[in-house]
Ligand binder design. Structure first.
Ligand code: ZN
Length: 363
């Protein structure tokens, strides 16, 4: 570290810090482009995360039309294009003409490098491959002409091809590209899986996937009874019933805390969660699945007219998906309970990737 500092003047270090800060600000602004576009369609954002190689905005909900996905996806690169245009105009007015071909990420003034970085950010993210913004734009355009599953498969296949090309290129040119290629490869697979998952669940009601053979507790039962039921079966969370109505849920983590603090003679009603989410058998499976993920909840009691009819768990939703997929493979278009993979899916999040060449220290 001392050697490194000795080799660089304080100015160079400061310059590097300013450049990196400006670069990450541009990535953040890119993500906020998505956030504001999503908000225009009434979709809020959970959070924005900045990674060493880019950013990610997690949208609360899935846009329902390709037109919306198109605008949300294009808003990110559009921000970088706008920043680049402003920098270009500034450089042109105050500095005279500067051919873009002469610019690079590690030479020229701060503004020139930022111009180059923003152009790179915009163009790279516009590559039509999942999970890049360009992949979403491409899928949205395809989805207008074919169905969503097909559009997603094509965009994901292209994403994986781009990933392989990046990794091969990375071997010869820049090891950082290997990492970016890997990111694109994993991202494309996740997007495709997620799309298939949502398509399989689309149009399906909760009652089709809920557990109907399950154990329950009475509010006045002891924790010992809960332990017996959990050890005897494979249920993690137990609904608690009083006079036929669900009054709480005893999750495995609550049970463990209760046992550690009070022992097994303690009453269930003193440990259980009294505030919990419920579903109706006719609720849409996709909606409840999204809620489960959003609240990091594992089990939801399914209640109709006050009566406990079943439990919906993440595992059972996963099993429903696997069974539906198997039936689809046997005869495409059949599916588990409906006429095949219909419905649609759009982005959970969006990402910007930036590439900082590690073999060229900031000067
Ligand atoms: Zn983006």
């Amino acid at each position: 570290m001392n050697d490194w500092i000795a080799g660089h003047s304080i100015n160079a270090v400061l310059d590097g810090i300013i450049f990196l800060t400006a670069l990450f600000s541009c990535v953040l602004l890119h993500e906020f482009g998505h956030v504001f576009a999503a908000r225009r369609f009434g979709i809020r954002t959970h959070d924005v995360t900045l990674f060493p190689i880019g950013g990610l905005a997690r949208l609360e909900r899935i846009p329902e039309e390709p037109r919306k996905e198109f605008w949300i996806a294009i808003a990110g690169p559009a921000v970088n294009m706008a920043i680049a245009a402003m920098l270009f105009a500034g450089l042109f007015v105050f500095d005279g003409w500067q051919p873009i071909s002469r610019m690079s990420i590690d030479s020229g003034s701060l503004f020139e490098r930022m111009l180059f970085a923003n152009l790179t950010l915009a163009l790279f993210n516009l590559v039509p491959a999942f999970p890049l913004d360009g992949g979403r734009i491409f899928r949205a355009i395809l989805a207008a002409h074919t169905n969503y599953s097909k559009a997603t498969t094509i965009a994901a296949t292209l994403g994986r091809s781009v990933a392989v090309a990046l990794m091969v290129w990375g071997i010869f040119a820049n090891p950082m590209l290997l990492l970016v290629g890997l990111f694109v490869w994993i991202g494309a697979g996740q997007e495709e899986y997620s799309a298939r998952f949502r398509a399989a669940l689309s149009g399906v009601r909760v009652r089709a996937a809920m557990v109907t053979d399950f154990q329950r507790l009475q509010a006045r039962d002891t924790l010992a009874e809960a332990v017996r039921l959990i050890l005897a079966g494979s249920q993690h969370d137990l609904p608690v019933v009083e006079h036929g109505r669900v009054v709480g849920i005893l999750t495995r983590s609550r049970l463990l805390i209760g046992l550690a603090e009070n022992g097994h003679d303690f009453l269930v009603e003193k440990v259980m969660d009294r505030e919990f989410m419920t579903a109706h058998p006719s609720d849409m499976l996709n909606d409840i699945s999204t809620e489960l993920q959003k609240w990091n909840c594992h089990t939801v009691p399914v209640v109709s007219n006050g009566r406990l009819e079943g439990l919906l768990t993440m595992e059972n939703i996963g099993e429903y998906f696997l069974i539906d997929t198997a039936l689809q493979e046997r005869s495409p278009g059949s599916g588990l309970l409906k006429g095949g993979l219909k419905g649609f899916w759009n982005s959970h999040g969006s990402s910007a990737i930036l590439v900082i060449p590690p073999d060229k220290p900031l000067k």
